[in-house]
Design a protein around this ligand. Sequence first.
Ligand SMILES: CC(C)(COP(=O)(O)OP(=O)(O)OC[C@H]1O[C@@H](n2cnc3c(N)ncnc32)[C@H](O)[C@@H]1OP(=O)(O)O)[C@@H](O)C(=O)NCCC(=O)NCCS
Length: 157
Amino acid sequence: MADALRLVEVDPAGPADLEALASLHARAFEKPWRAQDFAALFTPGARAWLAFQGASAVGLVFVRSVVDEAEVLTLAVAPSARRRGVAQRLLKKAIAALAGHGVIDLWLEVAETNLAALALYQGLGFQPAGRRSGYYSGEGPPVDAVILRLLLNSAPG
Ligand SMILES: CC(C)(COP(=O)(O)OP(=O)(O)OC[C@H]1O[C@@H](n2cnc3c(N)ncnc32)[C@H](O)[C@@H]1OP(=O)(O)O)[C@@H](O)C(=O)NCCC(=O)NCCS
């Protein structure tokens, strides 16, 4: 990559940040979240980071914690920036921040057909912890969600 990757916490979320989050989400998911959807997610315990390549936002991670548990609400990398470690860097940043705030368990749900994300999470030490049958519905048949859990003191460095 020509420019170094910069990870910036979205705090507080201004209009440009909300647009960047929505734009990245729309390029990654069939059912995009709008800027106002992201605005509504910034409740206590919510934290987000954007990854920038130069002036361009190329990735996002959004997490929310309650006491010592947290959840990855969404994670997305722009198609042109994939497979260069952006998601891994974002997740490691969020994990370090959550661990520093006393979070012990980090949870997420991922479609069982999302092999890229499953490989990413497995590489970071997430372990299967359950399944929600037919959780994702879209164009094709419903797809199960796999529930993954990471014990933060077991995350690879
Ligand atoms: C999943 C996603 C976030 C990965 O982002 P990324 O920046 O490309 O991932 P990274 O480059 O950090 O990949 C880290 C590791 O994850 C795994 N991985 C990532 N993409 C992969 C792919 N397409 N196929 C197989 N493994 C993959 C690999 O183990 C990779 O390490 P390696 O490149 O050294 O082999 C990205 O593909 C994306 O935005 N997808 C659409 C949205 C989405 O599915 N979000 C997650 C929902 S739970």
